[in-house]
Design a protein around this ligand. Sequence first.
Ligand code: HAM
Length: 420
Amino acid sequence: MKFQVPRGTADVLAEEAELWDYIEQTSKGIFKRYNYKEIRTPIFEHTELFQRGVGETTDIVEKEMYTFTDRGGRSLTLRPEGTASVVRAFVEHKLYANPDPTKLFYIGPMFRYERPQSGRMRQFTQVGVEVLGSSDPAVDAEVISMAIRLFEEMGLRNLRLEINSVGCPVCRPIHREKLVTHLHGVKEHLCKDCQSRLERNPMRILDCKNETCQELTKDAPTIDQYLCDNCRTHHQKVKSYLDQMGIQYVENPRLVRGLDYYTQTAFEIISEDIGAVGTLCGGGRYNGLVAEIGGNDVPGIGFAFSIERIALALKQKGIDGKLDTGVDVYFVTIGEKADSVSMKILDDLRKQGIKAEKDYLGRKIKAQMKAADRLQAKYVMILGDDEFDREQVVLRDMSNGEQRDVPIYEIIPILTSKLK
Ligand code: HAM
């Protein structure tokens, strides 16, 4: 029997892993600059956390969760997203006791039983941030601008930032009622999903991707016409901060997002370069979520993107994230005497921060030199019986082919100064 990875999952092989590392390191660098601290939460949580947090009527909770019963009879779920878990940790560890806003970031695998396609996986890795404890529109602007600056720093351009305000429990019910009344007349013509959304989650109908639904909802009332004063002012302020920072955005009053916890600001960053699933990043404010899962009335906002989608976009642009290719030195050993000291020498090199590799297959010198080429070695160090007796090694500069004998005990300072 031949095994393959489960559908919707993928192995990340060495080359791809370098690109992932580039994405993670660039993100962490930016998060530090904006004073965010890391949090790591478990990969599974009690199912109820997501039912309450993400929302009973969302696609995620209705049909995409990996839920199982453990041997103790508990219902657990592989996390489909990070926000609910971070908020749970915030409440559980009383992080709200800190007088300053809590600014957190996370990187880790998420799981959704979706129909896999390019950029849509069943296991994917999200990089996300959450800020808890401030409803200041400046925080919305910080979070949105940080996402944009992060993608720019990675080398991505031509991104479209779409923003909207999805209102709050004061103004949303008024819009909801108008929307439901408007859509009742065309109910039978909506897609099956939207027909059931009409009672339970009508706003989602506005961003249904089905063409018939889009046509039928062309003139449907959108939330922007019904925002309360508080939400309207908040939205204006977010936009004016973005204007000040020179961050371009498109207002999309149909932008709803697939999770129920959003209030006020919602946003997505879209790339035209990665095909059908063009959304690189999504986020927004969630002022009711902390209370919903048992905490006090603490506002929050955040975003997340997946490494898989960013990697697709970067590859489209020819960015491979290779910061450091090749090894510093390849150690060619010939004969038993050389072998007897090779591990000690290799260990000394590595202890000094030199990226060193040797042959472990007992190959002849020619094959070892070929390996050095494949590994893009900057230098090759050759040790045979003759050199061993003279306490020398041959050091070859692979950029110009020059080589000379150097005393073994001087190899570390010589290489260190050459590699500077
Ligand atoms: P989301 O829109 O469900 O939001 O996902 C955010 C991002 O995760 C997407 O824009 C996409 O880059 C990536 N993503 C989602 N599903 C998949 C998938 N099946 N395969 C690959 N990538 C995927 C959230 O998860 C919210 N927790 C974001 C947030 C944080 N809102 C506030 N704070």
